[in-house]
Structures are given as structure tokens and as C-alpha cells.
Design a protein around this ligand. Sequence first.
Ligand code: TMP
Length: 246
Amino acid sequence: MTIGEKLYEGKAKILYATDNPDVLITHFKDDATAFNAQKKGQIEHKGEMNCAITTAIFQFLATKNVPTHFIAQIDPTQMQVVAVQILPIEVVVRNIAAGSLVKRTGLPLGTSLKQPIVEFFYKNDDLGDPLINNDHIELLNLATSAQVQQLRQMALSINQHLQELFDQCRLTLVDFKLEFGVDRQGKILLSDEISPDTCRLWDRDITDTQARIMDKDRFRQDLGKVDTAYREVMTRVQAIVLAMIS
Ligand code: TMP
């Protein structure tokens, strides 16, 4: 398979065409941004680590019959994926109050939610990815109501699977963001990535509220040791998934 033209460059990844129109290549970059790219930096080896973590998690989810765009990891920073039309909706699932939920509701950081909640954000950098509801999605024609219902169900089921996985890694899954795409047959596939860039993960065995952070909040809040935290997540996730699938 030959790598073709660059189709899209985002903040953390580049998408390339291949000689097969149904297959694309995602390249993971070391670049890190936060607050809609107002803060920019690099995390050493992030591309490799997020590619490896996403690969392991998508392989794990495949064993749970979650349809994803993942085909194969082809080198340390690149994976082959199914060509999909990405829905312009970021689906966030939360188990514990943190981040923008704390800002929006005043709930204390770390409050366990009685049940997971699902939120939708409009994937639009010019608008700063605002929170939207089902009516906004219909108004803007971002997805059909049947698709929105399916996104919610898939997101909640993925949450259960990921909680099971991260539990075994001694990590608490606080919240995470998913993106979905539609393939040529109209089927919804989990797409994009699942990594410490897109999840909040707290080390179960550390009580200090800053030291326990194992995700991009270390970069957002200038806590240091960002690459060390990502590497630790990679090591733990790979060990569990490898033992499970081999
Ligand atoms: P939030 O609390 O800032 O709304 O973030 C919720 C989750 O979504 C958190 O795990 C980080 C992730 N996230 C992204 O993956 N991309 C983004 O652009 C933002 C704002 C959050």
C-alpha cells in the first residue's frame, strides 16, 4: 500500500490517502495543543505513544465487538484506518466531575457521578467546539436523530469496556472524548483516537490530586513529566491488552 496525498492536517494528527480509496493512513504527531490551540507545545515521543495506545485500545474494543475504523498499525506513528466521513460531533462521556463540567456546573472536582453522562460538542474550531444538544444537532443537520441515539448508546457501551480495561491498569477513567465516522455502507464506526490526549486518567494508587494525573491535563496545567505519564499509560495498557489478545 503506497501513501498518497495529505488530505487533512489537524492539531495532533495528519490524514493521508492511499492507493485504496477505502483506506487512509493516520499519522500521529508529537505536537500538543490545548485551549483551542492557544497553548502549543510538543510532547516527546507522543506520536509513537498515542499510536501504540490507540492501537491497543482499538484492538481491545474489537474483542468487545465495537466497530472501529482501525485496520492495522503500520509503523510506530502510523495506522491504516477505514475511510469514513467524520461526524462533526465530539462525544464526551464523564464518570467523575472534572474539566469543563466543573466549570459549567460548580460540582466539586472529583465528584463521582451517579451514572455516566454523555455530552455533545460541535466540532468547529472557529466556534471553540461549543456544547450542543440534540436540537442543535438537528438544526445544524450534523447527524440524524437515529445516529445521535446510536452515538449515545455506543459511547456508553465503550465507557463500560474502557472502565473494565483501565481498572485492570490501576487507572480511573474520569472522562473521555470520542469521534465517530460513517463508512461507505452508512455504518457508524468509532474513529479518531483514544489516548491520554483524549481521556482523563488518574492513577488509582496515588492520592495527591496533581501527582495522580496521567493525561494531557499535565500539559494543560503545566504539571511537568507529561511524557513520563503517557509512557506509563502505554506500558500498562499494552500489558493488559497483549495478555488478553495473545
Ligand atoms: P472537557 O472537560 O474540557 O470538556 O474535556 C472532556 C474530555 O474530552 C477530556 O477527557 C478531554 C477531552 N477533550 C478532547 O479530547 N479534546 C478537546 O478538544 C477537549 C476540550 C477535551
